[in-house]
Write a protein that binds this ligand. Sequence first.
Ligand SMILES: *Cc1c(COP(=O)(O)O)cnc(C)c1O
Length: 481
Amino acid sequence: MGMGENNGGAEVLIGKFDTNLVFSDPLPPLAVSNNGLDLNGQQHVDSNQKGKREIVLGRNVHTTCLSITEPDANDESTGDKEAYMASVLARYRKNLLERTKYHLGYPYNLDFDYGALSQLQHFSINNLGDPFIESNYGVHSRQFEVGVLDWFARLWEIEKNEYWGYITNCGTEGNLHGILVGREVLPDGILYASRETHYSVFKAARMYRMDCVKVGTLISGEIDCADLRVKLLANKDKPAILNVNIGTTVKGAVDDLDLVIQTLNECGFSKDRFYIHCDGALFGLMMPFVKRAPKVSFKKPIGSVSVSGHKFVGCPMPCGVQLTRLEHINALSSNVEYLASRDATIMGSRNGHAPIFLWYTLNRKGYKGFQKEVQKCLRNAHYLKDRLLDVGISAMLNELSSTVVFERPRDEEFIRRWQLACEGNIAHVVVMPSVSQEKLDDFLSDLVEKRSTWYDGENVQPPCVAAELGNESCACKLHRS
Ligand SMILES: *Cc1c(COP(=O)(O)O)cnc(C)c1O
């Protein structure tokens, strides 16, 4: 059926504004709860959910919910609602303080002070579109954004007039962009990513319907270049798009970029037949300051690098940075020439506050400041690993990493309290600048105390983690020497 001609569609208004256009009673009927949940109430915990958390597919589980209620008719006079909302927020703030204190498992630096920027929260700052092309929307922060991008361009050794990039909403968006650029540059390329790669990379493969080959990993979590070689040789007729991890999510392993490039060369892939995206979400800002780490640099044949802004840097909202070569972006965006502006970002509207937060921190800390923080994190990570091993707990720390991997604590309550990320038999603590030795000591003594109750009988033993961490790192009954 054709559109136009008002076939039951909306009419173009010609006459005066008709007040009947707006419903007088906008409130839809209240949904009836059929699972015992309180639709009106305060924070509400489903009693079935108290013990173990399960992954539930296809069901919307309301574990907690602060419902929205209609303002009372006389609300303006009583101010009750305002008072109620203020108390909810005050309680929430207290909870955030508490949860921040006991956070160890996710790689977020929670230590920052952006008080100076609170004056900007009244503005709807939006950098929609390309950072290098002004839109007609004037409330933007492109000047900050480009400043931040230049800083990263220097870090990753690419000239100002040779790069293109933008501040993303998160590390995932950087990966989605980097792999898209790779796909546009090499349309029939196969995506190679190690088994321990972040799920966002495999999500990209699904979204873009790319052929994707999973490559094996070493016990450290690094990509196994011997396996990469076998898989490259098996697909020699197709170009290769590679995701290289600058810090894997679970073990904090850093792929050997130089060995990956060497492997490509040895398998006969010339520079124009491969594209490398470096996923530096986790350690992208740490590795440049670690001497032994393979250097991420655009002087090497890489296509793009991304990093998360809310991880090591620390930022109250998720964000990230994505940098690629300008020549690639021109290839990517030439097919949308009919737009007045270049459309080369994944998102349309983009958070204009994030670049200001990054600009503020980079200015305050500088390369020197980050160097110091990296040192502190690596030192504290070694401290934690050594102490765990001292008390007989399986633990592993990669040389270039501040992610300490250890046996999964037996008790879900403990895991929740310290907000540990777990996978199978292992858990990890990511030592960020906000994790002090004192916090680690608190954690260690809590763990040691609880653990003595978990494993006080002969029938329950700590898990064996040899499969995940190798025999040397395993302190289970069988593997401890
Ligand atoms: C965290 C992480 C991501 C995704 O970053 P988000 O900012 O959470 O989207 C991607 N890759 C790695 C290795 C990560 O650790």
